[in-house]
Design a protein. Structure first.
Length: 683
């Protein structure tokens, strides 16, 4: 009789083993666990929550604490040594977490009056909710009674999503100059709630449109797709802060918590922290010790510095050049008052990045780096500090160095719309990954609900692009139409819509005509210009392709731009067909240099074009074979077999099988992705 096969470890057991392998690494968090388990961060969070009722960070912490208990029982090391062995960077924080988990300090382990029981990784409901035994018994009796009297009726307990929006606070003061201070109270409430992983918190840009609205709570909640709203009004009178705040359950339009505060300005941070904690308590949101530590962290001890910081927020969020420059000046004044004000340093770095984000010539790179480093020096666990440093690496095109900073930023602030937006951009073209691009584009839509028309239009544009890149043409068309509904003047939406329609039916003539129509509206559009040329190139209409490519190349050279270098090989072929061999050679050499420096997942397919241009069919086929093993590539690469450069490869006996593998791999991935997104109710 054969031995039974060993039992396959469960997902939770596998995750626990991975955490134990990285136990001493205090930087091993949710993002690192997601990567190690080959899951998206959002799927990891949902799976852990479903199986343990814990947030991912709680789960990691409890695994660490469980191992700490084992080590303490061995009595071989000091509490301080063990705290570092299990990945706690601070002994005092370790002791605090240990006491919360086990009810006594680690120093008491082994003493005769303490009964030690190593807990499994599961929620401690008695400790979490602090229910007296009699209350638990009453609940059990009520449930039994209900089941008896309801006979065979099925009971469905629906869990209300903990989604919340903080509406702009009203300034009750007759002094309009106090508005920035009241806005600051709203901003701090929003920021503190955003740090709680168990909540979905709508972004600031989404709620700003309701500052002077006449709409009622149910209507606003429906537009924002949230179950709870926070309303507030306040004023500052001398050194006193008056704040009225309430949490409203949207379905019943009923306040479930409200409070009036009358505090001195010096108590402003305690007030802000109290608001966040009481709102979380009112909707039974799980707040981990790490999140509580983040919420209770004072941004500065200097009230004048904080006042300058609050004054800077409105111009900072305007995102206009004038607003950003004004914000920088005010943040600098805050730093003059407190040279260790991390948030001010971070926001200056972010402002400088945004000022020249679309500029070819960069003049603020070192300033971005310097201010970001200062922000990290004074607060390495701030989402803003981490995003600031990520922007520096994006500015210098060191994309792989930017990624861990963006992931960590999202770990410390799971509702950071800026971090989510940048991760979508990152996986769109910096380090292409269609699955992750779509994941963060969908997340961005969840956080930026009902924003101003401009923001909402571009949010839907990005989602539409992510959808068509992953092969969801019908869904992409739906969202590009929404993008145009919000802003008919959206610069990029008609361009993208033309290609979405092409993805649906392959009508190249209509696509080209739509692009020509858009280009005639603005003949400086180089993005459209090269696409028109490319469509003529695909049809082997080289005269027309040359007409548009020539305009594109001459403008690109005149302006000293380094854009669309990956298209140079196609342009070179068109120039060669027109008898312009010298110019064709230069374009091809530039493309060859581009291939040498290309570290993206598309390097192999770029080499396919290079070798095809050179007539090296076997080498091109080998690179195509390498590309066929790639994951998460753009839908558009399924269409390369129709290009003139690729046609000579069709005579190779392996070509058809390799192309079929590329197509099959893409659609298999798309099917899995669709099931995952439908399961998570993202599409």
């Amino acid at each position: 009789m054969s031995n039974p096969s060993p039992k396959k470890p469960t997902f939770i057991e596998q995750a626990e083993a991975i955490i134990l392998e990285n136990l001493a690494n205090d930087q091993f968090g949710v993002s690192e666990l997601a990567e190690a388990t080959h899951m998206s961060r959002s799927n990891l969070l949902r799976k852990i929550k479903k199986q343990t009722q814990l947030s991912a960070s709680q789960f990691i912490r409890q695994v660490r604490l469980k191992e700490a208990m084992n080590l303490l029982k061995e009595d071989a090391s000091t509490v301080s040594e063990i705290s570092y062995q299990v990945g706690f960077g601070s002994t005092s924080y370790f002791i605090k977490c240990f006491r919360e988990q086990y009810g006594y300090s680690p120093g008491e382990v082994g003493k005769s009056d303490v009964q030690v029981e190593i807990e499994q990784v599961k929620p401690n409901y008695l400790k979490l909710y602090k229910l007296p035994l009699i209350a638990v018994t009453s609940v059990i009796l009520l449930v039994i009674s209900f089941l008896i009297f309801s006979k065979n009726d099925k009971v469905h307990q629906l869990e209300i999503e903990k989604s919340i929006a903080v509406l702009p606070f009203k300034n009750e003061s007759s002094d309009s100059t106090n508005l920035y201070f009241v806005n600051g109270l709203m901003e701090s409430a929003l920021n503190n709630l955003q740090k709680i992983e168990d909540l979905r918190v709508i972004s600031r840009t989404s709620v700003e449109k309701y500052r002077k609205t006449e709409k009622g709570i149910p209507e606003i909640a429906e537009e924002l797709d949230v179950n709870y709203l926070v309303e507030g009004s306040g004023q500052r009178i001398g050194d006193q802060v008056l704040l009225n705040i309430q949490l409203i359950e949207a379905s019943s339009d009923t306040p479930i918590w409200l409070e009036q505060y009358n505090r001195e300005v010096v108590d402003i941070f305690a007030l802000q922290n109290d608001v966040a904690k009481k709102i979380a308590d009112a909707i039974a949101a799980v707040v981990t010790p790490a999140e509580l530590e983040q919420i209770e962290k004072k941004p500065t001890d200097n009230l004048l510095a904080y006042d300058y910081y609050l004054q800077a927020l409105d111009p900072y969020y305007s995102r206009t050049n004038e607003g950003l420059e004004k914000a920088i000046s005010l943040f600098e004044k805050a730093i003059e008052q407190d040279p260790e004000f991390a948030l001010a340093y971070a926001n200056i770095a972010i402002s400088y990045y945004l000022l020249e984000m679309s500029q070819l010539e960069k003049q603020y790179t070192e300033k971005i780096n310097s201010f970001a480093d200062k922000a990290l020096l004074y607060d390495s666990k701030s989402a803003e500090s981490l995003v600031a440093k990520a922007f520096y690496y994006i500015q210098t095109k060191e994309y792989k160095l930017a990624l861990p900073h963006l992931n960590k930023a999202l770990e410390y602030n799971p509702n950071s719309s800026l971090a989510v937006q940048m991760l979508a951009e990152f996986y769109s073209h910096m380090v292409p990954n269609t699955n992750k691009y779509l994941e963060y584009a969908l997340k961005g839509v969840q956080l930026n609900v009902a924003s101003d028309s401009f923001t909402q239009s571009y949010t839907y544009l990005q989602l539409s692009n992510a959808l068509v890149s992953s092969g969801f043409a019908d869904e992409a068309l739906k969202y590009i139409n929404k993008s145009l509904d919000y802003n008919a003047e959206n610069y990029f939406a008609p361009h993208l819509k033309a290609f979405i329609l092409f993805a649906k039916d392959g009508n190249i003539e209509r696509t080209r005509n739509l692009l020509i129509e858009e280009w005639n509206k603005d003949t400086t559009r180089l993005d459209i210009l090269q696409d028109i040329g490319k469509l003529y190139y695909i049809e082997e209409n080289y005269d027309s392709a040359y007409f548009y490519f020539k305009k594109f190349v001459e403008t690109r050279e005149a302006k000293g731009l380094d854009i669309y270098l990956q298209e140079n090989v196609k342009i070179a072929l068109v120039y060669k067909k027109m008898g312009l061999d010298t110019k064709a050679e230069k374009l091809f050499n530039d493309f060859s240099e581009y291939c040498k420096n290309d570290q993206s997942i598309y390097r192999s397919v770029n080499l396919v074009w290079k070798y095809a241009y050179e007539g090296k069919i076997n080498e091109a086929i080998e690179q195509l074979r390498i590309f066929s093993e790639t994951e998460n590539y753009l839908y558009w690469f399924l269409l390369i077999e129709d290009e003139p450069l690729i046609k000579p490869l069709k005579s190779h006996p392996d070509f058809e099988a390799i192309m079929q593998k590329i197509k099959d791999r893409f659609w298999e991935n798309q099917t899995k992705l669709k099931k995952s997104l439908e399961k998570d109710e993202l599409i």
